[in-house]
Design a protein around this ligand. Structure first.
Ligand SMILES: NC(=O)c1ccc[n+]([C@@H]2O[C@H](COP(=O)([O-])OP(=O)(O)OC[C@H]3O[C@@H](n4cnc5c(N)ncnc54)[C@H](O)[C@@H]3O)[C@@H](O)[C@H]2O)c1
Length: 331
C-alpha cells in the first residue's frame, strides 16, 4: 500500500477539493489518498458506473472531511454548489467504455464533453486554482509509432477518444481564455482494486480476473498480440497529486501517465492464470472490436519534466495486488 504521506507530505492538509466521478475506480483511489493526506474531499457522482462501496475503506475515518453528493455533472447548479470553496478539482467523471461509445455516441458526447464544460464553468466561477482532467491514451489511435509522445498527431478512433480530446482542448482553452489553470493527464490503461469486473464493457484485467475466478477461460478480442502500457492505479493518483502541487502554471499541458512498459494481452492472460493458480485456463479468442487500438506505450519525458513523475508501483507488483483484491472480494 502506498504511503501517500511519504510521497506528498502535508501539502493537501486542510485543502478542500472536488473529485468528480469519485465513486468510480480511479476517483475513489484519488479521494482516499486525499483523505489520507488531510484534505476535505467532496465527491460528485451519479453512480451510473460507480459504487458507494468504493468509499468503505476511508469514508468512516474521514468524518466530516468527506462528503458524497449523488448527482450528475450535467446538473450545473449542483456542480456549482459542490465546487464552492474548492482549491482543486480532479475531474474523473465520464462514461468510459470505447465499444459502448461506438453504440451510444450522443450520450457519450453529452456526459464526456458537455459535462467537462460544466466542470470548467463551475471551476471558473468559483475561483478554483487548478483542474486536473482524466484524459486518455485513446487519443493517439492506431498510429504505428511507439512510444506515444504528447506532440504526436492525434487520431481518435472512437467517439470516446474524440470526447476525451475535446476535453483536453477545453482544458487548454480555459487556461488560455480565462486564466483557469488546467492539466490533462492522458491515462494509459489504468488497473487496480475496485475496477468494475461485472460490466459487459469491463477493462481487460478486471474481466480476466472475473473469468479466472469463475473457472472460465479469459476471452481475448483479436489475436491477443495487441499490447498496452498497463498502469497501476496508484501511479495515476500520484500524477494527479503532483499536478495539483506544481507551483508554476500548467496551462492545459497534455501529459502521459503510464508505466512506460508494454505487455501483450496473451502474456497478461497467461500471467494472471499463473498468479491465480489456474494455468490450464488458456485464453479464448473472438473477433477484434471496433475502435480498439493495436498497441500502446507511453513516453514519460513530459511527465518527468513537468511533474517530476515516475511510476511508484510497477506492473508486476500492481498486478499481484490487484489479483489479491479480486480474490478477496469475489468469494
Ligand atoms: N481506467 C482507465 O484505464 C482509464 C484510461 C483513460 C482515461 N480514463 C478516464 O479516467 C476517468 C475515471 O475512469 P475509471 O476507470 O475510474 O471509470 P469509472 O467508471 O469507474 O469511474 C467514472 C465515474 O464517473 C461517474 N459518472 C459517469 N457519468 C457521470 C455523470 N454524468 N455525473 C457524475 N458522475 C458520473 C460514474 O458513476 C463513475 O463512478 C474517466 O474519465 C475515464 O474516461 C480511465
Amino acid at each position: 500500500m502506498t504511503d501517500w504521506q511519504k510521497q506528498h507530505g502535508d501539502f493537501f492538509t486542510g485543502a478542500r477539493v472536488l473529485v468528480t466521478g469519485g465513486a468510480g475506480f480511479i476517483g475513489s483511489h484519488l479521494s482516499e489518498a486525499l483523505i489520507r493526506l488531510g484534505a476535505s474531499v467532496v465527491v460528485i457522482d451519479d453512480l451510473c458506473g460507480g459504487d458507494r462501496a468504493n468509499f468503505d475503506s476511508f469514508a468512516s475515518d474521514a468524518g466530516n472531511r468527506f462528503e458524497f453528493v449523488e448527482g450528475s455533472i450535467l446538473d450545473q447548479d449542483l456542480l456549482a454548489r459542490c465546487t464552492e470553496g474548492c482549491r482543486f478539482v480532479f475531474h474523473q467523471a465520464a462514461l468510459g467504455s470505447v465499444p459502448r461509445s461506438v453504440e451510444q455516441p450522443r450520450l457519450f458526447q453529452e456526459v464526456n464533453v458537455t459535462g467537462t464544460l460544466n466542470v470548467l464553468e463551475a471551476a471558473r466561477a468559483k475561483g478554483v486554482q487548478r483542474v486536473m482532467f482524466a484524459a486518455s491514451s485513446s487519443a493517439y489511435g492506431d498510429s504505428e509509432t511507439l512510444p506515444k509522445i504528447e506532440h504526436m498527431p492525434v487520431l481518435p478512433k472512437s467517439p470516446y477518444a474524440a470526447n476525451k480530446l475535446a476535453g483536453e482542448h477545453l482544458m487548454r482553452a480555459y487556461a488560455g481564455s480565462y486564466g483557469l489553470d488546467t492539466a490533462s493527464l492522458r491515462y494509459f490503461n489504468i488497473f487496480g482494486p475496485r475496477q468494475n469486473a461485472n460490466s459487459a464493457y469491463a477493462a481487460v484485467i478486471a474481466a480476466f480476473a472475473k473469468a479466472l475466478h469463475d473457472d472460465k477461460q479469459p476471452l481475448i478480442f483479436g489475436d491477443g498480440k495487441q499490447s498496452r502500457d498497463f498502469t497501476y492505479v496508484d501511479n495515476a493518483v500520484h500524477a494527479n497529486l503532483l499536478a495539483a502541487k506544481r507551483p508554476d502554471p500548467i496551462g492545459g499541458t497534455v501529459i502521459n501517465v503510464a508505466c512506460g512498459l508494454r505487455v501483450d494481452v496473451n502474456e497478461l492472460a497467461a500471467q494472471m492464470a499463473q498468479i491465480m493458480g489456474k494455468p490450464n485456463l488458456t485464453a479464448l479468442h473472438e473477433p477484434e472490436r471496433a475502435g480498439d487500438v493495436k498497441h500502446s506505450l507511453a513516453d514519460l519525458t513530459v511527465a518527468k519534466n513537468v511533474l517530476g513523475y515516475q511510476p511508484i508501483v510497477d506492473f508486476q507488483a500492481g498486478l499481484r495486488q490487484t489479483v489479491s483484491w479480486y480474490q478477496a472480494v469475489m468469494v
